[in-house]
Design a protein around this ligand. Structure first.
Ligand SMILES: NC(=O)c1ccc[n+]([C@@H]2O[C@H](COP(=O)([O-])OP(=O)(O)OC[C@H]3O[C@@H](n4cnc5c(N)ncnc54)[C@H](OP(=O)(O)O)[C@@H]3O)[C@@H](O)[C@H]2O)c1
Length: 248
C-alpha cells in the first residue's frame, strides 16, 4: 500500500488531544514522523506510545504556547530529532468565552499568544527550512468563528479571524515553494467542545446543518491530509470549511 506521507516530518501543535491528536495518528499511519506538542506530558507520551505501538514514528515536546519561546523549543526539537520539517499544522488553540466588556488585557494577550502569535513564530522558523527544501505545507486551524464572531467570545473570534488573514498573507509571500492553507472547523467533538457543554451546547447549529450532527476529529484529519499532500497541489491561500454545511 502506498502511504501518502512516507518519511515526511510533521509538527502538529496541540496534538495531545482532540483533532490535533487524531491528525497525528492519521499522519503517522500515512508514514509521517510526527512531532506531538502540548502542555500535558502524560497525554503527549501516551500519543507517542500509541503511534509507536502501531509501527509509526513520533516524538513529543512539552511546551506551553502562552510562552512565546516555545516556538524555538518545538522547532529545535523537531530539527534535532529529524533534521527537517515538511509539514506544520498550527492547531493548538485556547477557547475564551469572556464577554468584551469583561475581557482583561492578560486574557486577551494569552489567547492571542496561543492562537495566533505562536503560529506566526513557528511558521517563520519552519518556512526557512521549507524554502531551503523547495517544498513545504503549512496548515492553520482557524474556526467558523473566524468568519463570523461568536457571542461572548471576543478574544477567540478575533484570533480565529486573524488566522484567516495570516493564512492568506503567508500564502502570498511563501510561494511558490510553500503551500499555506487553513481549515475552518465547525462543531467538532473534542475536549474543547465538551468544556462548553458538548453537543447540547450546539443544538441550534446541528439543526441548521444539512448533515444534522457534529463532526469528528478524524474528519479534520482527513482535510489536513488533503492539504498536506500533492492532492491539493493547486490549492493555496484557502480556508476550507469542514462544518457539516452550517451557514453561520
Ligand atoms: N472543537 C471544536 O468544535 C472546534 C471548532 C473550531 C475550531 N477548533 C479549533 O481546533 C483546534 C484544536 O482544538 P480541539 O477542539 O481539538 O481542542 P482540544 O481537544 O482541547 O485540544 C487543544 C489542544 O491544544 C493544546 N493547547 C491548548 N492550550 C495550549 C497552550 N497554552 N500551550 C500548549 N498547548 C496548548 C492542548 O494541549 P494540552 O492540553 O496538552 O496543553 C491540546 O492538545 C483549536 O485551535 C480550536 O480553536 C475547534
Amino acid at each position: 500500500m502506498i502511504r501518502q506521507l512516507e518519511g515526511k516530518v510533521a509538527i502538529i501543535t496541540g496534538s495531545t488531544s482532540g483533532m490535533g491528536r487524531d491528525t497525528a495518528y492519521r499522519f503517522a499511519e500515512e508514514g509521517a514522523r510526527v512531532v506531538i506538542t502540548g502542555r500535558n506530558e502524560e497525554r503527549a507520551k501516551d500519543a507517542v506510545e500509541k503511534i509507536k505501538a502501531a509501527g509509526g514514528e513520533a516524538i513529543y515536546v512539552v511546551a506551553d504556547t502562552t510562552d512565546l519561546s516555545s516556538a524555538q523549543k518545538i522547532f529545535s526539537a523537531a530539527m534535532e530529532a529529524y533534521g527537517t520539517v515538511d509539514i506544520l499544522i498550527n492547531n493548538a488553540g485556547q477557547l475564551s468565552t469572556t464577554h468584551f466588556m469583561e475581557l482583561t488585557l492578560t486574557e486577551w494577550t494569552q489567547v492571542l499568544n496561543v492562537n495566533v502569535t505562536m503560529a506566526f513564530l513557528l511558521s517563520q522558523l519552519c518556512a526557512n527550512v521549507m524554502k531551503e527544501n523547495g517544498k513545504g505545507h503549512i496548515i492553520n486551524i482557524s474556526s467558523i468563528a473566524g468568519t463570523s464572531a461568536r457571542w461572548g467570545a471576543t478574544a477567540y473570534s478575533t484570533t480565529k479571524h486573524a488566522m484567516v488573514g495570516l493564512t492568506k498573507a503567508m500564502a502570498r509571500e511563501l510561494g511558490p515553494e510553500i503551500h499555506v492553507n487553513g481549515i475552518l472547523p465547525g462543531a467538532i467533538h473534542t475536549a474543547m467542545l465538551d468544556s462548553v457543554g458538548g453537543e447540547a451546547a450546539v443544538g441550534g447549529m446541528i439543526q441548521m446543518s444539512p448533515l444534522k450532527r457534529i463532526g469528528k476529529g478524524s474528519e479534520i484529519a482527513s482535510a489536513c491530509l488533503f492539504l498536506a499532500t500533492d492532492e491539493s497541489s493547486f490549492v493555496d491561500g484557502q480556508l476550507i470549511r469542514v462544518d457539516g454545511g452550517v451557514d453561520c
